[in-house]
Design a protein around this ligand. Structure first.
Ligand code: ADP
Ligand code: MG
Length: 327
């Protein structure tokens, strides 16, 4: 079974950033509104993520680390309408099979928490009491210490860290209501307070993207055809660096989707920005029944029920907004 976990880990966890993605999603699913990350050596040495979510009761701690144990889906009906980010019950066991993992958790009303440790083998320690405020801390040390073949594929500390940072950026822009702090090698990288007002949201965009992006972008909002689109439209430049700053969310989920990209590109082209790299942070909100956000979780692709409508709406609305911002 541990071999199965390690093989599954190959799909779920290919580098430190994918561990961070899974752990962040778990924290959000647990309703956390404050998440703190400590990273050492690009995540290979240590990734610690602490949240103030619901916590895991003592008797469920071991279960959380066993395969296909998810607390999020009870039936096939549930699967039809998953709202949580994770639902396969694969992430924690996979991560635990390729690292030294410690999980400490405390639920509401408990005086203290409980801790479990694993060392990459199937057996975990029995829960021992541990001081912890309500929420969960997952500590992942020495990723791939027992899988040399995977370790070899890790890039430099800097590269791995940059991948982590990108994952955290995407989260930070998707959830203005969640405070996020991150240290790398003891140095503060992000310290983002909850952003309730439009101004605070702008500040977060500046902190996450750049001051320059915020200054040269315009805020847009539009509603029509049962869709709502809002966010920051950057003025395109020739700078390649900006090509990375393309954040598009559908119902709160970051997507990289062909249909979306095509509509956005077309809109910018129509206003004569050929050859430049647009930067944007955009949010599309729509009836969840009209979109399947789990079509391809790993690739972040979505499937729209009425793709023509969505494409045309995006194209038209963005074109007007870009032209308006330019005038
Ligand atoms: P999934 O997210 O697909 O359910 P995971 O392996 O990521 O599977 O997590 C297994 C279970 O552990 C979750 O269903 C949840 O009950 C619990 N869990 C994991 N992380 C947290 C967390 N940060 N806070 C509360 N519960 C958690
Ligand atoms: Mg999960």
């Amino acid at each position: 079974p541990q071999l199965i976990n390690q093989i599954a880990a190959g799909e779920v966890v290919d580098r430190p950033a994918s561990v961070i993605k899974e752990l962040l999603e778990n924290s959000l699913d647990a309703g956390a509104d404050r998440i703190e990350l400590d990273i050492e050596q690009g995540g290979q040495r240590l990734m610690r993520i602490r949240d103030n979510g619901s916590g895991i009761p003592r008797e469920e701690l071991a279960l959380a680390l066993s395969r296909h144990a998810t607390s999020k889906i009870a039936s096939l009906d549930d699967l039809e309408q998953v709202r949580s980010l994770g639902f396969r019950g694969e992430a924690l066991p996979s991560i635990a099979s390729v690292s030294r993992l410690t999980i400490t958790s405390c639920t509401a009303g408990e005086a203290a928490g409980w801790r479990l440790r694993g060392d990459g083998r199937e057996q975990f320690t029995t829960p021992e009491p541990a001081a912890h405020p309500q929420g969960t801390t997952v500590e992942v040390r020495d990723l791939f210490f027992n899988v040399p073949a995977r370790r070899k594929f890790l890039r430099t500390e800097r590269t791995e860290y940059q991948h982590i940072e990108e994952v955290v950026r995407r989260l930070a822009l998707s959830r203005f209501d969640v405070a996020v702090r991150m240290n790398h090698n003891g140095k503060a990288q992000f310290d983002l307070r909850r952003a309730d007002s439009a101004e605070a949201q702008g500040q977060r965009v500046a902190a996450v993207c750049s001051e320059a992006f915020l200054n040269q972008s315009s805020l847009m909002e539009h509603e029509g055809a049962g869709l709502r689109l809002w966010g920051w439209l950057g003025a395109p430049t020739f700078s390649r660096a900006q090509a990375d700053q393309q954040y598009f969310y559908v119902n709160g989920r970051m997507v990289r989707d062909k249909l979306v990209s095509h509509a956005v590109r077309l809109a910018y082209q129509d206003v004569l920005y050929h050859g430049r790299h647009p930067a944007f942070v955009l949010f599309l909100e729509m009836d969840p029944a009209g979109v399947d956000v789990n079509a391809h979780p790993a690739k972040a692709e979505v499937r729209f029920r009425d793709s023509r409508l969505v494409h045309d709406y995006l194209h038209r609305t963005l074109k007007e907004a870009i032209a308006g911002a330019r005038a």
